[in-house]
Design a protein around this ligand. Structure first.
Ligand SMILES: *Cc1c(COP(=O)(O)O)cnc(C)c1O
Length: 330
């Protein structure tokens, strides 16, 4: 199937490599584990939002916008990558961050200011309310603002991961490889929605497993299904089967909630660091890899299977969580 992706900028370093995690695989004695390095998409630290921004900012520029407004948690990787993309394109950038006050001023927060973004905190009002106020203020100043939703997860953002699945498919063909499962951290759902749609486009027969970062699987599943359906309509991809059959989620690792580090994340971060020289993040990929490791220990996969962990980035947030994740002898 030939998909017309329409407007897209070229700002990410693509294709991102896929690598076998030899030592982690041996350590766990389980299925073969590989990684897709979307933590290496370039753009001020990389991550999955860079792919989404290629589509979102192409749209912003095509309608003549000159200033981007978006929102996220205090350590949002999406906000940091948006700030970087705006700097590169010469656009203004205003970020609305949640939970002000006592947040550490390092990690992504530091990078936002280096990248020249304006930061607003949402305290009493919701992030959306603050964003709307910032948008109307920019308009009154004669600017043309472009509002990107939380996590960049709309049909344009998700389209990027349909294309990413086509990229993976080419790599699989070139290397004569097959994966039984793709495992990723899922939070605002755009990445998983895109991958699922990409799976339909490329006829890949494995399963895409989202490890929930903050939402319970039940409500999140319908949310991802709705975004997948809307993205299919946007890209004019016909859907013949029920999309819900493709959406696999596990919410066993939400723990105490978004951004709360437990032993699961700590162990995953240290294992990947010490066995593979790969840095995970405390909020998303640490949780997803911790979940994958736990599932392997529980015998959820056979030794013969091959799993692709889609690394979605987030490394700068490590610095804001130093006390929660540093090894004991540090
Ligand atoms: C945003 C983000 C995710 C989640 O992607 P969604 O498309 O929002 O589900 C995963 N990992 C990292 C590092 C992120 O920044």
């Amino acid at each position: 199937m030939q998909v017309n992706y329409q407007n897209r900028l070229n700002i990410a370093h693509l294709p991102t490599p896929i690598e076998k995690l030899e030592r982690l695989t041996r350590f766990l004695g389980g299925p073969e584990i590989w990684v897709k390095r979307d933590d290496q998409t370039g753009l001020a630290g990389g991550g999955n939002k860079t792919r989404k921004l290629e589509f979102l900012l192409a749209d912003a520029q095509s309608i003549g916008c000159d200033h981007v407004v978006t929102m996220g948690a205090a350590q949002s990787n999406h906000c940091r990558q948006t700030a970087a993309a705006c700097a590169k394109l010469g656009m203004g950038c205003s970020l609305i961050l949640r939970e002000g006050g006592s947040q550490p001023k390092n990690g992504n927060y530091l990078l936002n200011s280096i990248l020249g973004a304006y930061v607003h905190w949402s305290e009493k009002e919701t992030m959306t309310e603050v964003a709307e106020a910032v948008v109307s203020q920019l308009k009154s100043m004669g600017r043309k603002p472009y509002l990107i939703p939380y996590g960049g997860s709309n049909v344009r953002g998700a389209s990027a991961y349909v294309l990413a699945m086509e990229e993976l498919n080419k790599q699989l063909q070139a290397q004569d490889l097959f994966f039984d499962h793709i495992v990723l951290a899922s939070s605002s759902g755009g990445t998983q929605a895109g991958l699922v749609l990409g799976q339909i486009v490329t006829k890949w027969r494995g399963k895409v497993y989202g490890i929930c970062v903050d939402s319970s699987a039940e409500t999140f599943r319908t949310q991802i299904a709705a975004l997948t359906t809307a993205t299919a309509a946007h890209l004019q991809i016909p859907l013949e089967t029920s999309i819900l059959d493709y959406i696999h989620l596990n919410d066993d690792y939400i723990g105490a909630g978004y951004g709360v580090v437990t032993e699961t994340e700590r162990e995953a971060i240290q294992l990947l660091g010490q066995l593979e020289g790969i840095l995970l993040d405390p909020v998303y990929t640490g949780r997803a890899m911790g979940g994958l490791i736990d599932l392997i220990r529980w015998g959820a996969f056979t030794k013969r299977q091959r799993i692709l962990f889609w690394h979605t980035g987030g490394m700068p947030a490590l610095f804001a969580y130093a006390d929660e994740i540093k090894p004991e002898n540090c």
